[in-house]
Design a binder for this molecule. Structure first.
Ligand code: FAD
Length: 485
């Protein structure tokens, strides 16, 4: 059966991580069929599956509100359901007399397993199901290495991607969506309590973001008009708005990579090639992360490089908490962790610095970092988060070599030379001279006094000494290699 040949009965469109009406292949196919369309979103809560961290729950609330408004404008509406996907879908099929269900594919292990089971059970019950590709520019099993397997290294993947994938043009939003006369029973979004209360910590998120499809489009346009032409030169400077800020919109599928790619194509001619190519390469890093996730389904929990199963990780709750709260005594690390806590996002360069600090300076297992990011990032993504943490830890595919340990002082001096970024997120250091902003413990007493900084009181001393921590990490690495040999 093809998508133009749906049974003569309502079609359910199951929204998941594709909360948009433009360039949404599943929605387009359903709308084009002329059948009545029932858009649903299911909050899939199961014993073993926590679908969203705290920051993303906030985002989800607003994104669902925005999607419902977009559907309303097309004559439709979003039905909200909660529970086990298979059970809930069979109920809504019965309630609406639907003959088919369509969705856009997702690629986390949970997503693939659930969708496979749902498809089989729908088929057993005579319901037609069809899935579409809308989240990625390629299907993660589509790009194969010379030996027919998966790529482990990015550059050859990028070359193969360029040689084999031509991103299609984005699809327009449907002009109208046919509806049934009666809508299925829907949960009230407020009853899901996705927004934080008592305390409401979402003020920083609200200031920083506009969840929803319109917010995504505005963000893309602002970047196309501003940052893209300087992307390669500025993307490593955390004090500058040099990157697109599209990651949470991509995580929720409020915009597709096809839309971004096509918009970049439209303006690329008048721009320096390197700036545009570097941006495209970053978008393809996202595709690579999914390539790894789909070809190594245990990526979230298991070291890609099994040698790391022997790594002598430390256990230290005090250190973990100091890292989470931005109280390590290393200003660039603390600035990043506070930016994350307040806005749900952190600059990529700083993610690398804080990640390296956790696994190398503190010797804490990368999975602690992955979990914390999962809970606090608005752009938490099952592929990019895990692949990036494994990359940082040295345990991943194409990982940074373990012995390359980011120095939080020199990284700060190189990428935030005036300390502008640090001063913004660590205001107790706002008056420190640039010379000492990344190492306040070396500042003469007079400078500390003039800046109003009392070490250990207003700002912590370093919780580990950089040189000693570096040696300890290298020792641990050697021990692991000995144990794993
Ligand atoms: P831009 O620089 O504007 O890039 C455009 C898009 O390309 C991004 O929105 C993103 O989708 C993609 N991209 C850019 N860099 C990467 C990368 N290194 N890997 C994969 N995709 C990339 N990104 C996430 O989207 N979700 C995560 O959960 C996540 N966790 C990370 C954890 C660690 C430890 C590290 C080091 C990186 C992580 N990243 C993650 C990758 C990267 O930091 C973010 O994608 C980027 O900072 C998002 O900001 P932006 O949209 O302004 O990016």
């Amino acid at each position: 059966m093809s998508s133009t040949d749906f049974p003569d009965a309502p079609i359910i469109v199951w929204f998941r991580d594709d909360l948009r009406v433009t360039d949404n292949p599943a929605l387009n196919a359903a709308a084009a069929s002329g059948r009545a369309v029932v858009p649903v979103f299911i909050l899939e809560t199961t014993e073993h599956h926590v679908p969203f961290g705290g920051a993303q729950r906030w985002w989800l609330h607003h994104s669902l509100t925005s999607l419902d408004a977009s559907l309303n404008a097309l004559g439709s509406r979003l039905t909200l359901l909660r529970g086990n996907a298979e059970t809930v879908l069979s109920e809504v099929v019965a309630e609406t007399d639907a003959g088919s269900i369509v969705w856009n594919r997702r690629y986390s292990r949970y997503g693939i397993e659930t969708d496979t089971a749902v498809k089989a059970s729908l088929k057993d019950n005579g319901i037609y199901a069809e899935s579409f590709g809308g989240r990625l520019m390629h299907e993660p099993t589509q790009v194969k290495s010379g030996t027919g397997g998966a790529y482990k290294v990015y550059t050859p993947f990028w070359k193969a991607f360029c040689a084999t994938v031509t991103p299609r043009a984005p699809l327009p939003a449907p002009k109208a969506i046919a509806a049934r006369e009666i809508w299925p029973a829907s949960s009230d979004l407020d009853d899901w309590r996705l927004l934080p209360a008592k305390p409401d910590w979402s003020g920083g998120l609200q200031d920083a973001w506009s969840p929803g499809e319109a917010g995504a489009r505005d963000r893309l346009e602002a970047f196309i008009q501003g940052g893209l032409a300087r992307y390669d030169s500025q993307r490593d400077l955390p004090a500058v708005e040099g990157t697109s800020g599209l990651s949470p919109h991509l995580a929720f599928g409020e915009i597709s990579p096809f839309q971004i790619w096509a918009r970049v194509d439209q303006v690329a001619d008048g721009m320096p090639v390197d700036e545009v190519t570097t941006f495209r390469k970053e978008l393809v890093w996202r595709e690579f992360a999914y390539h790894l996730l789909v070809n190594f389904t245990e990526l979230k929990t298991t070291n890609y490089n099994g040698q790391f199963d022997q790594f002598p990780w430390a256990e230290n709750d005090e250190h973990l908490q100091a890292w989470q709260r931005g109280r390590t005594g290393y200003p660039i690390v603390d600035a990043g962790m506070r930016q994350l806590y307040e806005t749900g996002w952190m600059h990529n360069r700083v993610r690398m610095i804080v990640g390296s600090f956790l696994v190398k300076h503190l010797l804490l297992d990368w999975r602690h970092g992955e979990e914390w990011f999962w809970d606090t990032l608005v752009d938490a993504d099952p592929a990019s988060n895990t692949a990036s943490w494994q990359w940082i830890a040295g345990s991943g595919a194409d990982a940074a070599p373990y012995f390359r340990i980011f120095n939080p002082i020199t990284q700060g001096e190189k990428f935030d030379p005036q300390g502008t970024y640090v001063k913004r997120w660590v205001p107790e250091l706002a008056k420190m001279p640039a010379k000492y902003i990344h190492k306040p413990w070396e500042a003469p007493l007079g400078d500390l006094l003039a800046a109003g900084v009392k070490l250990s009181e207003t700002y912590p001393r370093p919780i580990v000494d950089h040189k000693q921590a570096r040696e300890r990490a290298l020792d641990a690495y050697q021990r692991m290699r000995g144990l794993a040999a």
